[in-house]
Design a protein around this ligand. Structure first.
Ligand code: PMV
Length: 315
């Protein structure tokens, strides 16, 4: 018996870091996906295969006896095995076309696709149940995960998210293209989050002013996304970048990519935790190729992406 599921990665369009302090963030899922194939086998092993390697553990073992990055998969597998008192084995194969460790939500997409794929070998779970399972799995490697990445990966489209009220879908028939450029500097989200915490403690007044500005910016951006007003969305992105620079999460490489991208696009900013990772810039059909070309001329790895409206998909 075989079950296949795929789930998209994401970009944070607005509000990273400030979301940690209760503000809203706006996220969009992108058309880059992780596919997970799960198979029930006759032996009594859980086998997980990905481009990072392979782990093998007995179905009766503990999920955390495998190395870190494989734990979300063994966690989901064990949860299902125990819930359905299954005494066979499972093989789980992960195939991703989302660059990892650079803020594009690859680990959340892996958790969502794995939760969708493995759970379907046993029963039909709702999207909300799959989301909960994916979030639990993600917290085995990143305890502080807000759940926003997994949420947008399950439902697709563009969402507004805050810690207290959760997510809200933003209805938009957005027809923009994003250019995503990868600094190839991997980052540790938790380290950058701690750096911001320190900044906040040392600069309470500046930080609270920035929060006020960010809040207003998110309102403007939300409205512009609904109206598909690329000029305003782009301006908001570039303005958001300034706030991120002020809290110390940008760097020289990101800023040089942003400068190039801004010449031909509506606006650009880093996306995700910063300190490396990726930048996004907003384009349409008219300036997409130009923006890609400008970045490629400077040897930056970049690609175009669109908003994915499908979210989790099962086959
Ligand atoms: O780079 P990412 O995708 O891990 O983004 C982190 C976003 C933060 O706001 C910095 C942290 C968070 O949990 O929301």
């Amino acid at each position: 018996m075989k079950s296949v599921a795929s789930a998209p990665g994401k970009v944070i369009l607005f509000g990273e870091h400030f979301v940690v302090y209760g503000l809203k963030a706006i996220l969009g899922s992108i058309d880059r996906r992780v596919t997970v194939t799960s198979i029930k086998t006759d032996n009594k092993d859980i086998i997980v295969k990905s481009s990072l390697g392979e782990v093998n553990m007995p179905s009766s073992g503990k999920y955390d006896q495998v190395k870190g990055s494989f734990r979300p998969f063994t966690f989901i597998a064990k949860k299902m095995i125990d819930k359905f008192q299954y005494d066979g084995g499972l093989e789980i194969i992960i195939d991703s076309n989302i660059p990892s460790g650079v803020g594009l939500g690859s680990s959340s997409a892996c958790c969502v696709a794995a939760a969708g794929s493995i759970s379907r070998l046993f029963s039909d779970f709702s999207r909300d149940e799959i989301l909960n399972l994916a979030m639990e799995a993600e917290r085995t490697i990143f305890r502080e995960a807000s759940g926003a990445d997994s949420t947008v990966s399950v439902f697709g489209g563009i969402i507004e998210y805050d810690k207290e009220t959760g997510y809200n879908k933003i209805e938009s028939s957005s027809n923009f293209y994003l250019v995503i450029a990868n600094s190839k500097q991997t980052h540790s989200t938790s380290k950058v989050v701690s750096k911001v915490k320190h900044f906040k403690e040392e600069n309470e007044k500046v930080f609270s002013e920035l929060c006020e500005n960010e809040s207003k910016l998110i309102e403007t951006a939300h409205k512009a996304i609904k109206e598909n007003d690329l000029v305003v969305i782009g301006k908001c992105m570039s303005e958001n970048q300034k706030y991120l620079e002020q809290i110390g999460v940008s760097n020289e490489k990101l800023e040089s990519m942003i400068k190039i991208a801004k010449e031909t696009s509506y606006g650009a900013k880093l996306t995700g935790a910063g300190g490396g990772g990726c930048i996004i810039s907003l384009t349409d059909e008219a300036n997409l190729e130009k923006t890609l070309k400008k970045l490629q001329e400077k040897n930056y790895e970049c690609f175009s992406a669109r908003i994915d409206f499908q979210g989790l998909d099962t086959f």
